[in-house]
Design a protein around this ligand. Sequence first.
Ligand code: ASP
Length: 356
Amino acid sequence: MIGRALLLFVLTLGATAPAVAAGRTARLVLIATGGTIANDPHGRLSADELVEQLPGRASLGQITTESFANASSTALSLDDWSRLSRHVTSILTATDAPDGVVVTSGTDTLEELAWFLHLTVPGPRPVVVVGAMRRPGTLGEDGPRNLADALRVAAAAVSRDRGTLVVMHGQVHSAWSVRKHHTTSLSAFDEAGGVSAGAVTAGRVTYRPSAVVRPAPGLLQIATDVTLPRVDILETYQGADGDLIEAAAGAGAAGIVIAGAGAGSLTPSQATAARRIARAGIPVVVASRTGDGLVGPVGGEDVGLVSAGALSPLRARLLLILALARQTPIEEIGRLFASVSAANSGLRPIAGGRSR
Ligand code: ASP
């Protein structure tokens, strides 16, 4: 038993990422969407140009390129993401599926894209999202290194069954907890809790034995061309008025996420508005603006308030969008959040509920 555990540990930590999968050259698909990684001062680089600039590219595998978009991450719509998800799914579920898919993206909303793809693209083959903090041709540009690392991660057998991953600055991050925490630093990405899922060191891909992959990739696949509903995020701050919650609902939001203070506290005015909206059938999910930790029961579950658990406001919003797109009844939305949150964090609400 101990011997087996030790072997697994060594395999996980020691496996390298040759551009060879199952004894043959790895086959990868690179899908470019734009962002700083492609933002050359002379015009945005195409997917082909991104690969051409990589030193030793032949050793990275057989790479097929596609240009999906060439825009800033914030300029892409949810419909674009939905199309992208269905396209990646069709590539990875084909009979002759490649070993993995790499998606280049602007970094500003990259953590949201990674979570969206994790929830909507099934395994076992990896999807790797990558960007750059410095533009091509600038001093210390990080795009080529990040892209080469991402291709290695996508080719590595040890990356299977891990869903969507993010590769930046030599680190491999899980879609569950990666976040952009700095405006300009080369190491602008980290994970809540401070520990990354893995690393790429001199072309070698390693994962921590403790890196968890849940929920299962593709939990909420998008089968058809559905329009994803509007869900807004509002924040709690001193004196925050509930009017904005009502305004979001009035503007057509099908659901609302509140980035509450601490473990999910709302102002009295927000709490009143949230209950009123939830009672009218618009789910309100309460998350935390702190960036880490758990929101326990929110004390309005009876009328349709839902705790985001360990999900950040951004992740809670995407989960709610996908749940609503599948017409999930309001009572089941609470259960969905509880199971996705518990599956990932290992944290459970403290018995006795709210701390406020
Ligand atoms: N504005 C850019 C974007 O998110 C930033 C980047 O790519 O780093 O598209």
